[in-house]
Write a protein that binds this ligand. Sequence first.
Ligand SMILES: C[S@@+](CC[C@H](N)C(=O)[O-])C[C@H]1O[C@@H](n2cnc3c(N)ncnc32)[C@H](O)[C@@H]1O
Length: 185
Amino acid sequence: MNDLVHSISPATHTQSNIYQLRRQTIVVPSPYQVQILDVAAGTGKVSQELRQLGFTNIDALDPSGSMLAQARKKNLYNNYICDFLSEYTMPARNAFYDCITTSGGFGLGHIPADALHDLIRLTKKGGYIIIAMREEYIYMSCYNDILEPLMRKLENEQKWQMVQRTVIQEYAFNKTGVLYIFEVS
Ligand SMILES: C[S@@+](CC[C@H](N)C(=O)[O-])C[C@H]1O[C@@H](n2cnc3c(N)ncnc32)[C@H](O)[C@@H]1O
């Protein structure tokens, strides 16, 4: 989020641009204000990284109570939600989060492709959804011809916009990964 402010700051020469910067500065929250949901949080590795960057308002969602218990011991999250990501997850938190992260949550027998709808449902308009996963899983039966086509369909329906799709070498276990970033429309 701070990067967004920095990226617009060079263009602050005229009055209108200064106004533009002020407007952006008001709407762009600082790290400690950003509400984050870490889906498939596991033992909390994502939160450990985010905390080092100054983010502190982070909730965890994971169906495994024992994984969440390990994250809780390290005091990594504000709320620990023991649940699967599905259409029934946290209806009271629709459009609540500024950002949803999920690292390693899309994998064999894990989050179903359909749950992309729920990532969007739980994120504010203008918020971000960040998905990191092994590249090979995209082509396995649970996601092949399903996951990326659904991502494109949701973009065509203007539910979100893809900001980035980056292939990461050595993502995990000597495997290539893919990092997706979407902005919710
Ligand atoms: C490979 S671990 C990743 C944990 C953590 N994000 C990390 O990077 O270390 C995958 C996690 O996905 C969780 N998971 C599996 N199915 C899920 C679902 N439908 N919704 C949310 N989490 C799920 C598992 O309980 C497990 O903790």
